[in-house]
Design a protein around this ligand. Structure first.
Ligand SMILES: C[S@@+](CC[C@H](N)C(=O)[O-])C[C@H]1O[C@@H](n2cnc3c(N)ncnc32)[C@H](O)[C@@H]1O
Length: 424
């Protein structure tokens, strides 16, 4: 056990990790049961009404949804087929180094850190699985000992995370997600390229870019593909398992097929919009420039980068960052002051922080007694100035987040964009 690691925290995290695996594994029975409810409701109708609906092909539609769920389930099962790669053997070290890297065409496998500090996530996320509900509150974490009594039964919350993971794949790794993705990622990448416009492509690898809250890793991958050294950071086990799979276990473009829109029958113009398949990935994740340095670090942003020891250059996160890109991230803070202080502290002098996103405070009204500081946009920017940033290029970018573009409902975020340089 590494010094300073609390065994209870390790056991709790181990239990949480296993529950996430259980959620992936139990997606099929859970989701098929939901579809079966529709079947039961149909059979509860009068024969006449049933006949009318049968005439519309409603029963066949339910059967097609079952088939799509099974395809999703087989994809999700592949993601969690080898969970031991995450090194959750709590009897060993609490923090394990796991290679989640990719071999660059140069042949060198990049070392990846996978510090297992993944945490409970708030339920207030940018994805809107139901238009009328914003669920709040803590992720229910059974006590580690409860885990031993029997197989964990995933909650609606867990299953919502699994369904969101499928939609996140569309955002990050499909052709269908390109428009949404580029609305957010392109302004960030353009600003990065502009900031380092005097650096030739072959020297970009000397510049270190951090992407906290990296989700499924596409933005970090894109930045590495531009030639920069890039590290993504993420704490959700759902995201970490899924990004590991797509980054390291993909041999072909469009290798996998998923049906991300079969979980809700609401706001659909027609059957095709629900039963459309999406192929992933749209690019080969191993296709990064030779010698690129691309890594994903697992764990809580504040714990990893807030506690970094500047005196210890052997720590991978200890060096100063030349750029930090935050995409739909800063509002995940319980305490935005701390987030901004850390971003400021770990940037190199003259380094740039580029941000895009809304202010959907993830911990607002949480039921887990977590603190939550909720500022408006003006306050966030003033805070950033006081912490030592000079904010430039402020604008609003309209963009969606894991939206079904073919649905009858679409949320548009008027996301705030800026570049901020470290003054002091
Ligand atoms: C709204 S999502 C955005 C994901 C990605 N940047 C994108 O635009 O698709 C926020 C991400 O930040 C992650 N996250 C939230 N708080 C975090 C923390 N304290 N440390 C690391 N990751 C965190 C969440 O798990 C989630 O994947």
């Amino acid at each position: 056990m590494a010094p300073g690691i609390n065994p209870e925290d390790v056991a709790e995290e181990q239990a949480h990790f296993q529950n996430v695996i259980a959620a992936f594994q139990q997606y099929a029975p859970y989701t098929l049961a939901g579809n079966n409810r529709r079947r039961k409701d149909l059979f509860a109708l009068s024969r006449q009404d049933q006949a009318l609906l049968e005439g519309l092909g409603y029963k066949e539609k339910l059967a097609s949804v079952d088939d799509a769920i099974l395809v999703n389930a087989s994809f999700l099962a592949q993601i969690v087929a080898n969970p031991e790669i995450f090194g959750h053997d709590v009897d060993e070290d609490a923090i394990e180094e796991v290679d989640v890297g990719m071999s660059s065409p140069g042949g060198e496998t990049q070392a990846r850190d996978l510090h297992s500090h993944a945490h409970n996530e708030p339920s207030h996320s940018h994805s809107h699985s139901h238009p009328h509900s914003h669920s709040h509150g803590a992720h229910p974490h059974p006590h580690p000992h409860e885990q031993k009594r029997g197989k964990y039964k995933p909650t609606d919350f867990d299953m919502d995370k699994v369904r969101s993971t499928l939609k996140q794949f569309v955002r990050d790794w499909s052709e269908k997600g390109r428009e949404e993705r580029e609305a957010s990622y392109k302004p960030l990448k353009d600003a990065l390229l502009e900031y380092f416009s005097d650096i030739p492509m072959e020297e970009r690898h000397n510049f270190r870019v951090l992407v906290p809250g990296a989700g499924l890793g596409r933005l970090a991958y894109d930045v590495a593909k531009l030639g920069f050294s890039c590290q993504g950071n993420e704490f959700s086990h759902y995201m970490l398992l899924a990004s590991f799979f797509i980054l390291n276990r993909t041999d072909e473009i469009n290798q996998h097929t998923i049906y991300p829109y079969v979980h809700s029958f609401s706001n659909l113009p027609n059957r095709t919009s629900m039963l459309q398949s999406v192929s992933i990935p749209d690019v080969l994740p191993s296709d990064i420039p030779p010698g690129s340095n691309f890594s994903l670090v697992a764990g809580d942003f504040e714990e990893i980068y807030g506690s970094q020891d500047e005196e210890d250059p052997s720590e991978p996160s200890s060096g100063p960052w030349d750029a930090i890109l935050t995409c739909f991230f800063i509002d995940t803070a319980k305490n935005i002051v701390n987030y901004l202080r850390i971003i400021h502290k770990i940037l190199a002098p003259g380094g740039v922080w580029i941000n895009i996103g809304p202010l959907l405070w993830h911990f607002e009204n949480n039921s887990s007694n977590d603190p939550s500081i909720e500022l408006d946009l003006e306050e966030v920017k003033e805070l950033a100035r006081q912490i030592g940033f000079e904010i430039k290029n402020e604008r609003t970018v309209d963009t969606t987040y894991v939206n079904n573009p073919d649905g009858l409902l679409g949320y548009v975020y008027h996301a705030a964009f800026w570049t901020a340089t470290k003054k002091i």
